[in-house]
Design a protein around this ligand. Sequence first.
Ligand code: HMG
Length: 366
Amino acid sequence: MSTTAAGIASIGLQLPPLFMPVTELAELRGVDPNKYTKGLGCVDIALCPAGHDAVSLAVGAAKRALSRWNGSAEDIGLVAVGTESSKDMSRPLSAWIAEELGLSGAIRSYEVKHACYGGTLALRQALEWKWSGAGAGKAALVIASDVALYSLGDPGEPTQGAGAVAMIIDQPTLASVVPTAFPFSSPAFDFWRPVGDSFPSVDGKLSLDCYKRAVMECFGSLIGDRDAHEVLSGYRWLCFHVPFPKMVKKAVIHLGEQLGWSTQEAERLYLAKVEDTLEWNQLTGNAYTASLWISVARALVGLEEGTAITAFSYGSGYGAELLQLAAGPAAASASWVSDVEEDLRVRKPVDMWGYETLRGDVRASA
Ligand code: HMG
């Protein structure tokens, strides 16, 4: 079967209008701020006030992606939304989003769930739909959107965040994606949210081990029998799902160990190819399905056509997949940077009292 040229034609991002520095949360929780900043590598938590949620974030990101694309709403044949911030067990989040965007008609519209991996699965399905020819010349709108909140005082609280990334899958003007990818899954209860629960349950230590194993397995499949240094030198950036920035560093060091490298060698890899990709994630916190794609959007900025990067997706439960992308001719223009700059410029800080109001009465629940 011949494959149609398809890739990412447009990217739009939307960050929430509020944020709280993790140092403020540390003061509220009576924790040494270094635990959150140095121990977890976090900087800010992006927060949604009342009236903002995964739908409004998704709609904002999608409008921005659509506004910079040379097609129109009539050219969209698929809307796939990866999220773990669902509103309903039946009605897909895509229905709320499509309604706001005025998208209806001959469109396949649905929601994809696999924890933080859901956005990547939505992207893969859209690409496979295009590559197979099933899209019949239509484009896809893929959105990863989440609001990540833990229960008050949970160890995951400093890693909270929110954000959305929308991508139009059509001509690969911003990036092409290599059809061959490297998945790995192994059922586990590392992070889960039972039906009816507002916040996730987490086995923190297990989740770190699952993530590290998935990185090792996926990169192991990519590298195969080849020399790891040589393989990895072919990619300008290595992007990761970012539950909190230190997780990514831990995983890279672990990968180095498994490859028989010294810690210094793995640290050099991290500094050269990973650290800069986390810049926007540190300011949003964990945006679940959107986290990896925030990192990819940062990594694509200004890249010359043909420059290769990797994207490691992880979703608790757990499933992971390593993708390879190459920058397209329009990546150098980095038009989507203005979304992030604008949202960071206008967003307002929340202090610990504002956070208490936002989350409900902390003291009453303590
Ligand atoms: P914790 O257990 O409270 O933290 O929460 P800790 O005691 O392990 O400390 C964290 C680090 O801070 C440690 O560093 C400490 O030493 C250090 P490490 O030893 O690991 O290198 N530390 C300090 N450093 C400097 N000064 C200090 C200080 N005190 C301590 N004073 C945990 C950590 C990750 C468990 C928690 O944040 C959590 O539960 N997070 C949520 C789960 C998570 O993010 N897991 C990551 C992998 S799973 C994933 O990525 C999927 C996910 O995105 C969900 C999805 O797929 O939908 C989460």
